[in-house]
Design a protein around this ligand. Structure first.
Ligand SMILES: Cc1cc2nc3c(=O)[nH]c(=O)nc-3n(C[C@H](O)[C@H](O)[C@H](O)COP(=O)(O)OP(=O)(O)OC[C@H]3O[C@@H](n4cnc5c(N)ncnc54)[C@H](O)[C@@H]3O)c2cc1C
Length: 443
């Protein structure tokens, strides 16, 4: 039985892996000229580095399970340091313990000088979805929101807390209940016992897509944009390739693992309700700028986040050569910064040189000077991260209900229930399992 997976990012590849290892014949159709989606390796100053996603949450099993399944165990590493700072009020300040920015220790927060917190208000968690900003500000005040929660969420979603959904983006904050600070302290105490939070791969996490795609039973095709997905009497027909030379591909089932705008277009005919809901999901664009220095003095720690209220150009910096031993072993200093948040449409219209110069100026301010880099690379991520705005989970339920009513069709990816690598892998594998369990592929 033959299944087509539309989109060769981690979600689509995880779906393909689940299907192929269960005996299906899978063709992954990737529109761009390379598989991997938001995972990408590139060369900077002679080093091969991750230019997109660079770490895997190890507290969820799905990412490392797949790494294990494809035999990359021997490359798994954990960060040398995860001590991050907040760059605010003119200096780098060690981040006090938090749960997604909710302080777990009021005294440590006060000592950090990062944010002022009024007496926390004990309030019930509302049943309906609210924005992260409304929830946090009402309980802990605006400064905690602006200088802790906002930069942390900005790092994950590149969004704005006054739009982001509490239930979809920070269920762990909602789960803290009424007494946020006490519950955050308990949560932190329990979490420290359970091992490393993050993992990476020696040589970069972006090695994973190609290794997954090499699984027997998977054929991965690039430059294969899917333009239409239609039902036939006994399966599905896909229109693939350039408009001037469209190929028709007949398969038994389809997994659409493309981002929401493309998925919306592809589902418009066969699952119009899902298409409508998907079309409402916005994306944030950003760029990752990676610098390599022959020799630079940088403070210890994995890097820093910046509160948007401080008006800097960069929103975060990771000192990769502090964070990963395999990067440090090159003897160079590697720093990556990210710029761009949801709605900042003009910032990324500047050319690469402008972005790299302005981001470097911020880095020099934060670190108190840096030499000239040996090399830098700007990697743009147009439509990089979906925005889970208030009401997102209702939209996702609409999509899921609509797609569930169509035999042999599934969707997966970062647009739905989590943007991180383990979350999208889980989404892909679950989509594949639903097809397998429905018996679509048995006949
Ligand atoms: C800069 C950046 C850094 C990140 N860092 C981390 C990190 O460190 N850790 C982490 O866990 N997560 C990180 N993330 C998030 C995570 O990498 C992504 O959410 C995840 O990889 C998305 O996977 P996906 O398969 O859902 O989508 P994508 O990776 O977007 O893959 C979708 C694929 O579908 C293809 N496609 C689209 N339309 C069509 C079509 N019509 N036909 C065929 N193909 C099509 C696209 O070309 C793309 O390759 C980061 C994201 C970004 C942008």
């Amino acid at each position: 039985m033959r299944v087509a997976v539309v989109g060769g990012g981690m979600a689509g590849l995880a779906a393909a892996y689940e299907l192929a290892t269960s005996g299906a014949e899978v063709v992954v159709l990737e529109g761009s000229d390379r598989i991997g989606g938001k995972l990408r390796l590139g060369e900077v100053g002679g080093l091969t580095l991750d230019l997109g996603a660079e770490s895997i949450l190890a507290r969820r099993p799905e990412g490392l399970d797949l790494v294990h399944g494809v035999g990359l165990d021997d490359r798994v590493v954990h960060p040398e340091t995860i001590t991050a700072s907040i760059w605010t009020h003119g200096t780098l300040r060690a981040m006090p313990p938090t749960v997604m920015g909710i302080p777990a220790d009021a005294a440590a927060l006060a000592a950090s000088g990062i944010a002022e917190m009024p007496s926390p208000r004990i309030l019930p968690v509302p049943d309906e979805d609210v924005s992260v900003a409304d929830f946090v500000t009402e309980r802990l005040g605006r400064d905690v929101l602006d200088r802790l929660v906002e930069p942390l969420l900005g790092g994950v979603y590149a969004g704005h807390t006054d739009q982001l959904s509490l239930r979809a983006t920070t269920p762990q904050i909602a789960a803290l209940g009424e007494d946020l600070i006490t519950a955050a302290a308990e949560h932190r105490a329990a979490a420290t016992a359970t091992g490393p939070v993050f993992a990476g791969l020696v040589g970069g996490v972006a090695q994973l897509p190609a290794v997954v795609a090499a699984t027997p039973g998977i054929e991965a095709r690039v430059d294969a944009t899917v333009r239409a997905v239609t039902r036939t009497a006994d399966g599905w027909r896909l229109s693939v390739g350039p408009t001037t030379d469209v190929e028709q591909l007949d398969v038994d089932a389809v997994v659409v693992a493309a981002p929401a705008p493309a998925a919306a277009r592809l589902l418009a005919q066969e699952a119009p309700e899902a298409a409508f809901a998907l079309a409402a999901i916005d994306y944030a664009s950003m760029a990752i700028i990676t610098y390599v220095f022959d020799d630079a003095e940088v403070p210890e720690g994995s890097g820093f986040l910046v509160p948007p209220v401080d008006g800097t150009f960069i929103k975060a910096a990771t000192v990769s050569s502090n964070k990963w031993a395999w990067v440090a072993a090159t003897g160079r200093t590697v720093i990556r910064t990210s710029v761009g948040r949801a709605g900042e449409t003009t910032l990324l219209q500047h050319d690469d040189g402008h972005l790299a110069t302005r981001a470097l100026a911020d880095l020099r301010d934060a670190f108190g000077g840096l030499p000239e880099p040996t090399d830098w690379v700007v990697q743009r991520w147009g439509g990089g991260l979906p925005q889970y705005d208030v009401g997102h989970l209702d939209r996702v339920e609409t999509v899921e209900r609509s797609v569930a009513g169509v035999q042999g069709l599934e969707v997966c990816g970062a647009a739905y229930r989590g943007v991180g690598i383990p979350a999208v892998i889980a989404s892909g594998r679950a989509a594949a399992r639903r097809l397998l369990d429905a018996g679509t592929l048995d006949s």
